[in-house]
Design a protein around this ligand. Structure first.
Ligand SMILES: *Cc1c(COP(=O)(O)O)cnc(C)c1O
Length: 369
């Protein structure tokens, strides 16, 4: 194969939807209704219904969604929020920015998700919330997290940036916590063509608060009842998301088919394929293999035209930004070990069978050398 297989192919997703998307966007431009218009309002309703919650508030990005969820949960300076270091830094940055302290628990070596058995030992009288991340598209152990949260009266905020449509025991991720944050940046399973995000909740007070907060505290055009920021979901991005939402389950099924293919075909070679937990619907935002020879295999695949990614090579607690949090190398051994061995291979829905075969064959050839 002499073409390049990218980690994600946006053009392939766009082509069949092009006419529909451009028609919706053209209508917005013809009417020039650009401020929290029909598309934002409808998308909020449609996405809330898709997840199975009462309310959704569209915002500008997944990072903003987490930031706003923390405000709505009244996380204040000096509070502590329990989360993971094995995640995209946007999970953690908003915790620091509201003045709270992120307290990291390590991850499970098999699922790469929050090791819930470590949560209780990290709870102090300052702990305000638990912020689990459904990383790669697989749900955390929500029964365990909810029972700890109840016992200690903590808020739960789910980071669903990678888990659109993923289920835990037949319920969508995002429906367990007090608030949940999704991203629709153009690399996620549901993609805008730019930045977009949403907060979902069943709590009416939090919903009303967030609707005002994301619109600089606006109660009406010239009346502002709270301090807020401008984090509005863009009308054009909302229109694009409305075209795509009906396809999300079909795309997820294709991701799952691709994952199943890899897991079967990669048996018997010295690498670890993803563990899919029982009673869960994994949506494979990433298909992550683990191997001692990660850097070598990544280089080899690149030479053979296969793009891969590492999610993520530097744990949050070891980032320069995190220096003042007081963590050191060795504090989160599983997180640190995993970050050196993981590799994400292409799993996007439009991947073709000959491409999958080529990827599997190339990985097998690497280990035969
Ligand atoms: C992408 C992502 C975010 C942030 O979303 P943006 O839309 O890029 O701001 C947060 N958390 C996780 C786990 C993510 O993957």
């Amino acid at each position: 194969m002499n073409k390049i297989i990218p980690l994600l192919d946006l053009k392939k997703e766009y082509r069949p939807l092009k006419d529909k998307i451009l028609k919706r966007v053209e209508k917005i431009f013809d009417e020039m209704r650009l401020y929290l218009g029909e598309n934002v309002q409808q998308f909020e309703r449609e996405f809330a219904e898709y997840c199975g919650v009462n309310y959704a508030v569209g915002v500008g990005s997944g990072t903003e969604a987490i930031h706003l969820a923390l405000y709505a949960a009244s996380v204040k300076p000096g509070d502590e929020v329990i989360t993971v270091s094995h995640t995209f830094i946007a999970t953690v940055s908003p915790i620091v920015l509201v003045g709270a302290k992120p307290v990291f628990v390590d991850i499970d070596l098999q699922t790469y998700l929050m090791d819930t058995s470590q949560i209780e030992s990290k709870i102090s009288d300052k702990t305000k919330a638990i912020l689990p991340v459904h990383l790669y598209g697989q749900a955390c152990d929500m029964d365990e997290i909810l029972s700890i949260a109840k016992k200690y009266n903590l808020k739960v905020i789910e980071d669903c940036a990678q888990s659109h449509g993923a289920k835990y025991k037949n319920k969508n991720t995002g429906t367990f916590g007090d608030l949940s944050a999704f991203s629709f940046v153009f690399t996620k399973n549901l993609k805008a063509y730019g930045d977009a995000g949403i907060v979902i909740t069943n709590n009416k007070n939090m919903y009303e608060y967030l609707k005002q907060f994301r619109d600089i505290g606006r109660a009406s055009k010239y009346e502002h009842s709270i301090w807020g920021l401008n984090c509005r979901l863009d009308e054009v991005q909302a229109a694009i998301l409305r075209v795509k939402l009906p396809y999300i389950d079909e795309w997820t099924n294709k991701r799952r088919e691709n994952a199943k293919y890899y897991t079967e075909k990669l048996k018997g070679i010295p690498l670890v394929t993803p563990l899919e937990k029982a009673n869960n619907k994994h949506v494979y935002h990433q298909y992550v293999i683990k191997t001692e020879s990660r850097d070598k295999i990544q280089k080899y695949l690149k030479e053979k035209g296969i793009e891969t990614g590492i999610h993520y090579p530097i744990p949050v607690h070891l980032q320069n930004a995190a220096r003042n949090l007081g963590y050191h190398s060795g504090d989160l051994p599983v997180t640190e070990e995993v970050s050196k061995k993981i590799l994400s291979i292409p799993v996007y829905p439009e991947l073709e069978i000959n491409e999958k075969e080529y990827i599997v064959e190339t990985i097998r050839r690497f280990f035969r050398r």
